[in-house]
Design a protein. Structure first.
Length: 287
């Protein structure tokens, strides 16, 4: 299986500093996937970059404030079936010790994906509480990202096992690669925000995406457009929440979907939802 490694210098736009977790600027997962897709297409143009499986977001790639560019190490491994395993890494040098840090890996498929619609779980009990949250409140209290990543708009409606809302693919903010091969990164990022909010109304940690089973892009999203997002919780454990995500356009046509999005506490228990979320738990019953 051919293995190719390349060192890539990436210019960082100023808007990236709006993507923070725990006070640190971190490279968004959607951006990491875009960077890998570019390298895969340049190396093996026939590989279907719109079909991704087995994604793992292993470690934050932290960006020091004011950094104009970073060097990433991309490792591509062609599989026997024609798919490509892609890894995004960085190199760390401390004193005389150098090491490679792996941040993200996923498999890009060899065949175009068939159209599949994510199925919703069993509907919530009719007496379960529903919650509507304004997008402005979400970004002020639950997901403190800067303006460039405040992708959810209007209101997010949450119920026992689902969340539905609207996102805006920022029109004036350029993507980190040109053209954006996977479409605008903001709708998927916003769908993950919806899953994070839903999780915060269920558990005592802030759920952050750490991987997914599959991502299928039927038609890339476009900058400047509004999209509908649907989030369905498939399972809930003490340390992990599992979601399926669907992004639809204004004609309710599926543009992309993610199955098996894994969300965990990545702060080591240091970051928790605000206390008021305990009074709005989605699994409580109406009187």
């Amino acid at each position: 299986m051919p293995l190719r490694r390349s060192l890539v210098q990436v210019a960082l736009p100023s808007w990236l500093s709006d993507h923070r977790f725990g006070g640190r600027i971190i490279l968004p997962a959607v951006t990491a996937m875009e960077l890998l897709a570019v390298q895969v297409q340049e190396t093996w143009p026939t590989v279907a970059i719109n079909a991704m499986t087995g994604a793992r977001f292993l470690r934050f790639l932290e960006i020091p404030p004011g950094t104009p560019r970073i060097d990433i190490l991309v490792e591509l491994e062609l599989q026997d079936n024609g798919a490509v395993l892609a890894r995004l890494q960085t190199r760390s040098q401390r004193a005389t010790l150098a090491r490679t840090i792996q941040h993200c890996e996923l498999l890009f498929g060899a065949e175009p994906p068939p159209p599949v619609r994510v199925t919703a779980p069993d509907p919530a009990c009719p007496d379960q509480v529903g919650v509507d949250l304004a997008a402005t409140d979400i970004y002020r209290q639950l997901i403190p990202f800067g303006p460039s990543f405040q992708t959810l708009v209007e209101r997010l409606t949450l119920k026992g096992k689902s969340a539905r809302g609207k996102v805006l693919a920022a029109g004036q903010t350029p993507t980190i690669t040109s053209p954006a091969l996977l479409g605008s990164p903001f709708p998927l990022d916003g769908a993950m925000h919806a899953a994070c909010v839903h999780g915060q109304l269920q558990v005592d940690f802030v759920p952050f995406p750490v991987g997914f089973a599959s991502r299928t892009i039927s038609r890339p999203t476009e900058a400047g457009e509004h999209y509908h997002v649907e989030v369905y919780q498939q399972s809930r454990a003490m340390d992990e929440l599992l979601y399926d995500l669907v992004i639809l356009d204004q004609d309710k046509q599926v543009r992309e979907q993610v199955q098996g999005l894994r969300m965990r506490d990545v702060s080591g228990g240091r970051i928790k939802p605000p206390p008021w979320t305990r009074t709005m738990r989605l699994d409580r019953q109406t009187p």
